[in-house]
Ligand binder design. Structure first.
Ligand code: FES
Length: 108
């Protein structure tokens, strides 16, 4: 299992999840009913409501975003930052054990 940590926008205590390899971060968050990940499109890359901010230590461990992901990142409800990613595009692999992301203040 791969541990991931999601930090709420208010800076409160991080929620730690155990995800299966191959799951997307979005799928793991939705399965755990994480408040703050809406994922309205179910991972089809058409909603941008699965936006997260990836902590610096993990940015280089993620594959570069595709052009389609970059395009959708223009539509996030909370400000887009250099570490913004769409969690449905983050495939959880063992190298990402301990992945920590901050949740945006709003997804809609
Ligand atoms: Fe819709 Fe990620 S779930 S873009």
């Amino acid at each position: 299992m791969i541990k991931v940590h999601l930090v709420p926008a208010d800076g409160g205590e991080a929620l730690t999840l155990e995800a299966k390899p191959g799951q997307s971060l979005m799928q793991a968050a939705v399965a755990a009913n994480v408040h703050g990940i809406e994922a309205e499109c179910g991972g089809l890359l058409t909603c941008a409501t699965c936006h997260v901010y990836v902590r610096e230590a993990f940015i280089d461990k993620l594959p570069e975003p595709t052009g389609d992901e970059l395009g959708m990142l223009a539509f996030t409800a909370s400000p887009k930052k250099p570490n913004s990613r769409l969690s449905c595009q983050i495939a959880l692999v063992p190298e990402l054990d301990g992945l920590t992301v901050d949740l945006p203040a709003t997804q809609t």
